[in-house]
Design a protein around this ligand. Structure first.
Ligand code: HEC
Ligand code: HEC
Length: 248
């Protein structure tokens, strides 16, 4: 069993492809129905964690372009960001079907919850790093997204205040004067930016230079300390409370 757990290498792939070519030869001789097909080849994915397969820094700008490209091709923000990172990471990451993240678009099929670009990028981070490293990167990505005017290079930039698609789109409509239905080019650029930011953090983690810089505001920290695990201990979350609640 253990011996079978290996990454499908290019050579293995060529062997399968050779099998298909042989099948094709058989097909012309009328015996093709018995020949194996390359598409039917099983890929044995390696055991987790896959951290060791991330061994050279990602090209952050290439990830940004890919994220925008895949959004532009209709994959949506979540699958777009996920796929841009998987493809840049290469094998075995690229064997994971990106469609698994398609549900994330529009903050989970247009529910406006977690921004899909964040969802997809975080999923890719989670394939690379486990446990605390994953949590540190995703935490920073969530905080960066909440506090940064996005998209980075778009003519209209807005701060979401939290990681919700709902707030992100609403604030962008307010700043830009545009309709939500006109968000395509904006979400396209944002998908690239979020995937690129995740790539940047992963590179820093790889190189041992990752240092989180975002901190909860003093105000939110006070609410958090009491309501999340503190005296009141009656809710969960790190979002800026004032975005939705009055103080008391
Ligand atoms: C010293 C502890 C403490 C701090 C600090 C604190 N709260 Fe509360 N909060 C409570 C308690 C106790 C209640 C009443 C019981 C409950 O709902 O848990 C409450 C109630 C609430 C409620 C329920 C509705 C209401 O008004 O009764 C909300 C919402 C809330 N707090 C939000 C916040 C926010 C936002 C902040 C920061 C700006 C904050 N709290 C700071 C202890 C605290
Ligand atoms: C994106 C909006 C949003 C943010 C940000 C947010 N909350 Fe809430 N919160 C809600 C909603 C929605 C409810 C459910 C309210 C309801 O059903 O009446 C809720 C409920 C609560 C309640 C219970 C309210 C009650 O009536 O008893 C507390 C306490 C609370 N939130 C505290 C916080 C604290 C503290 C923060 C910051 C760390 C925070 N919330 C951030 C939306 C938000």
């Amino acid at each position: 069993m253990e011996a079978k757990k290996k990454v499908l290498t290019r050579r293995d792939f060529l062997v399968s492809a050779g099998g298909a070519a042989a099948g094709l030869a058989l097909a012309t001789s009328g015996l093709g129905i018995l020949a194996p097909k390359a598409e039917g080849a099983t890929i044995d994915l390696p055991d987790y964690p896959w951290t060791e397969y991330f061994n050279k820094p990602l090209d952050v700008e290439a990830v940004r372009e890919l994220g925008a490209k895949y959004y532009g091709e209709g994959l949506g923000c979540a699958e777009g960001a996920f796929r841009a990172l998987l493809e840049s990471l290469g094998e075995p990451f690229s064997f994971v079907p990106s469609q698994i993240m398609n549900f994330g678009k529009g903050g989970v099929v247009a529910w406006g919850t977690l921004c899909g670009a964040l969802n997809g990028a975080a999923a890719a981070v989670s394939l690379v790093f486990g446990g605390q490293q994953m949590a540190a990167i995703v935490n920073e990505l969530m905080a960066w997204y909440s506090a940064t005017a996005l998209p980075l290079t778009h003519e209209h930039r807005s701060v979401a205040g939290n990681p919700l698609c709902h707030a992100s789109i609403a604030n962008w409509c307010k700043v830009s004067g545009k309709k939500s239905s006109e968000r395509g080019p904006r979400c396209k650029a944002l998908t690239g930016d979020v995937a690129a930011q995740a790539a940047l953090y992963m590179n820093q983690m790889l190189e041992g230079t990752f240092v989180p810089v975002f901190e909860m505001s003093e105000e939110t920290k006070a609410c958090f300390d009491c309501h999340v695990g503190g005296f009141a201990d009656d809710t969960l979350g790190k979002m800026d409370c004032k975005g939705c609640h009055e103080g008391h």
